[in-house]
Design a protein around this ligand. Structure first.
Ligand code: AMP
Length: 225
């Protein structure tokens, strides 16, 4: 299963990608998580990426492509991948096509999670992320069992710097200008599926699985054999 998840920040791509990766045994490749790890570890790439991320701008392609390339190589031998947060522009989508072509594989579907801007601001301003494992919570809609502590790994929860309201507005502008054109790009390629991203994560997952239809059944059958 090789999928791309598209959608504005806060659409729930990470949550859906994690659920899909688990279901299909695929690798979850999240460009934002990979970049945040590089920043935390202060690698040269992380140091260069940080200033772009802090202001909600896109990190230059050459840095992102390098990270994705490494992770696709490690994911390629397994049961495919769920790309979350990449590609984020037409130039990245074209780079992805070249990478996949070189590996003799292609994307099965692109899932766009549609959520209105007003809902996004509400979601992201209450979002808290685990410093250790990246799990996400919401102070009102999905609070952790113990305030400030991750249910999964007891890590510390924090508010990402780029989740501050002004930066979120900037990220939404970047999404509209750079990433939204990808919907048309993948629609033309016959790969796009749109799902309504307002609702409980399980309901949204159901819509995605229904949209995957045949592919979903194929994977299930392959697992039974
Ligand atoms: P995310 O966790 O996907 O919301 O990403 C957080 C930040 O990481 C973004 O606002 C960008 O600064 C950077 N980033 C993540 N993925 C990409 C990408 N594919 N291309 C450029 N920058 C990215």
């Amino acid at each position: 299963m090789r999928l791309v998840l598209l959608g504005p920040p806060g659409a729930g791509k990470g949550t859906q990608a994690r659920m899909l990766a688990e279901r299909f045994g695929a690798a979850h490749v999240a460009s934002g998580d990979l970049l945040r790890t590089a920043v935390k570890e202060k690698t040269p790439l992380g140091l260069e990426a940080k200033s772009y991320m802090d202001r909600g701008a896109l990190v230059p392609d050459e840095l992102v492509l390098k990270l994705i390339q490494e992770h696709l190589d490690s994911a390629n031998g397994g049961r495919g991948f769920i790309l979350d947060g990449f590609p984020r522009s037409v130039s990245q989508a074209e780079a992805l096509n070249r990478m996949l072509k070189g590996r003799g594989v292609s994307i099965d579907k692109v899932i766009a999670i549609i959520v209105p801007d007003s809902e996004i601001i509400k979601r992201i301003s209450g979002r808290r992320t685990c410093r250790n494992c990246g799990a996400m919570y919401h102070v009102i809609f999905d609070p952790p069992r113990n305030p400030g502590i991750c249910n999964e790994c007891n890590g510390e929860l924090y508010q990402r710097e780029d989740d501050a309201e002004d930066t979120v507005r900037m990220r939404l502008e970047v999404y509209a200008a750079e990433t939204k054109p990808l919907l048309e790009y993948y629609r033309r390629a016959g790969l796009l599926v749109e799902v309504n991203g307002v609702g409980r994560p399980e309901e949204i997952q159901e819509q995605i699985l229904a949209a995957l239809g045949g592919e979903n059944a194929k994977v299930r059958d392959a697992r039974i054999k």
